[in-house]
Design a protein around this ligand. Sequence first.
Ligand code: ADP
Length: 273
Amino acid sequence: MSVPVVQFKNVSKIFDAGTPKAFTALKDVSFTVNDKPDHGEMIAILGPSGCGKSTLLNLIAGFASHLPVTEGEVLVRGNLVTGPGWDRGMIFQKYSSFPHLTVLKNVAFGLDMNRERLGLSRADVTTLAHDWIKRVGLAGHEHKYPKQLSGGQQQRVAIARTLAVRPSILLMDEPFSALDEPTRIDMQRLLVELWQDVEATVFIVTHSIQEAVFLGDRIWIMGTNPGHLAVEINDILPPSNGVDPAVAMTDPAYLQAIKIVGEEFERAAMGTS
Ligand code: ADP
């Protein structure tokens, strides 16, 4: 049995512990995500606001704002998480790119930092950066700055710069929430297409049940007071491989899954799961 990609062992996180402001964001969270070679896995995380979804992602990312955990262990490939690493890429709702760098330099930045690990020459970095820019549909925009791009295009830059360094874990915190519906569907299409190539394990926090059902191989629904993993759903989720998100939305199997997940979500939000 190989080492799990990510494992939480009885993790609790209390912010401002020991002070009057102490707040339990996560309580006794345990899960194991095993490696699925040649595939990766997409885990969609849903839950009411404030139930600790971002906290869970930030702990996997190893951000100093969230470490250490108060109790338990967060392990990535068997190692305790003590800080960020290039093996874990994070995409936020906004501002995932450097505002002072062009699209080309944004995408080349991570590749440059990882030249040795990835065995790249300087020329390879430029070639790969151009290649990723093309793959996310931004050819012709290489010399623009993020603020000169639309919200959807900015997320394309974030996806290119994050996936280019081939993280084995991709953490996405409501990456498409700020986008309009057609753009969001375009981004879902792009993510599925690229993910099949990168084969990363993906944790995606979303507030959209439809998005969770389309993207997730499994869905975790979190509950509040304090934040915990309430339910895991996988057996009713139709496969997304090769399915267009716009078409999926009219498929009875999807609509049925959306209904069931919606009911579980309601239950978690009301604190009854
Ligand atoms: P979600 O992503 O589910 O909306 P978060 O993980 O962002 O929830 O936050 C969970 C709870 O922890 C919230 O009540 C939030 O206010 C609190 N919290 C998050 N980060 C911090 C922090 N750095 N310091 C204090 N409280 C925090």
